[in-house]
Design a protein. Sequence first.
Length: 228
Amino acid sequence: MGIFSRFKTVVKSNVNDMISKAEDPQKMLNQLIIDMTEQYNNAKKEVASAIADEKKLKGALQEQELQVNKWAKKAELAVSKGDDNLALSALNRKKEHEELAAQYRTQWESQKAATDKLKNKLRELSNKIEEAKRKKGILVARAKRAEAQKSIQKTMGSLNDKGAFDAFDRMSEKVDRIENEADAEEELNEMMSGDDLEKQFEDLEKEDNSEAMDELAALKAKMAKDKE
């Protein structure tokens, strides 16, 4: 069972290290599956070695069982020939092989039980790796969606930032103030340069001209009435 304990230790160590350094989830998951597959292949070799040992023990058991049958037949042959001493020797040899066969059977059964468990564990491990491969696509898609969501939230945050617009409004107010100050300064300059006196006479002439126009209109109205 130490095979799979080492597998878990190595994979867990790799996972913790990769997660702490992860920047690209897809690359991390790809590398993780590569590491899992590599450890699986190593475990597979060790399981294969255990299976080979089991088959070797089974072969040794079968060989001892053949020897038991062989010497049983020899004992029968010696008895049929009336040679009890030879038959007894054959039976003693048969017993030796029976004892060896019993020992090999115990070892083989224990090895087979352990090997069967290893094969089941290896099969489960293979299924989990295949499941991880299938889940990888889902995890990558989730990671990409999360990154896209972060980007959207960042963009929304920048759109909600009114700092630039407030600065624009303040600049607009400043320009208005500068323009007003410039107009006021121009007005003051005109007043100080004497142009204001000329303007007063111009206004006065306009007022006189306006009175003449009114008088002309009244005259035309009177003449029109006299003709009637």
